[in-house]
Design a binder for this molecule. Structure first.
Ligand code: SF4
Ligand code: SF4
Ligand code: FES
Length: 252
């Protein structure tokens, strides 16, 4: 491991130390007060919301997945004491602040249409058929302000309303389907489901299929890798670890 990488790993390990090994209170220099589901806790400063909640004794069985900002599971709503604004964040990506009043949202129930992508065409008709309510957008921008990925949600909805599928797909590319835009929308839209339809349409109809992907899919369908996969399934865990460590890694 490079020295630089090793330092990064040390930093990560240090920032998680109190959470993963139990607290050694004398080592904690700065404490803050937060409130979780209306109960007050004293937690070390510098933790993420997720770490602080675990420090306070919560064990996540929902609202937690990748811990790295990708899965969209850890949606959080909070206020800061003395500030009227209701804020949104991902608990694994946001540091706790003194005076936070926190609550987790297990998931966002939202309408999702059933469609056969092979029977749709890339344009406004696909939305008028499956999500006609998209036309209710008021242009208030509350969705964009709520998005933890800094996506211009209002703009991708506007692109969808114009039938500009390519722009919708491009603007929503980093969406992690967390649902925070939907919970702030006064028109009660489910923006992320519309964007997913937009990306699917764009991928199927407007993007050239890479030949190497077709080749690989055919190889898989023809069973070229079956023996290798069967072999891996039979391999002991410790041997799998060795194989994993010794694998070829593409240079960044
Ligand atoms: S667009 Fe909506 S669902 Fe997607 S990341 Fe932003 S807030 Fe979450
Ligand atoms: S919050 Fe809803 S109504 Fe407001 S801009 Fe976003 S999609 Fe449109
Ligand atoms: S746990 Fe996956 S985004 Fe936070």
């Amino acid at each position: 491991m490079l020295e630089k990488d090793s330092k990064i790993m040390d930093t990560i390990a240090e920032s998680n130390r109190s959470v993963v090994t139990g607290i050694d209170e004398k080592d904690i220099e700065h404490w803050i007060k937060i409130s979780i589901l209306d109960r007050e806790y004293k937690v070390p400063a510098g933790l993420t919301i997720m770490q602080a909640m675990e420090f306070a004794g919560y064990r996540f069985i929902r609202s937690c997945g990748c811990r790295a900002g990708f899965c969209g599971a850890c949606t959080t709503v909070y206020r800061i004491e003395g500030d009227y604004r209701l804020k949104t964040a991902m608990a694994c990506q946001t540091r706790v602040e003194h005076g936070m009043f926190l609550t987790q949202i297990p998931f966002t129930p939202a309408e999702r249409a059933k469609y056969d992508i092979n029977k749709l065409s890339p344009g406004i008709e696909a939305f008028l058929t499956n999500y006609p309510e998209i036309l209710r957008c008021l242009g208030c921008n509350a969705c964009t302000k709520a998005c933890p990925q800094d996506i211009d949600v209002m703009e991708y909805i506007a692109a969808g309303k114009r039938g500009d599928i390519g722009l919708m797909a491009e603007l929503s590319f980093d969406c992690i389907m967390c649902g925070l835009c939907a919970i702030r929308c006064p028109a009660e839209l489910a923006q992320y489901n519309y964007a997913q339809l937009g990306r699917r349409l764009h991928g199927k109809y407007e993007t050239p299929v890479p030949e190497h992907l077709n080749t690989r899919v055919k190889e898989i369908a023809d069973g070229k890798y079956n023996a290798e996969l069967d072999n891996l399934v039979q391999t002991k865990v410790e041997d799998l670890r060795k194989l994993y460590t010794a694998r070829d890694i593409e240079k960044a």
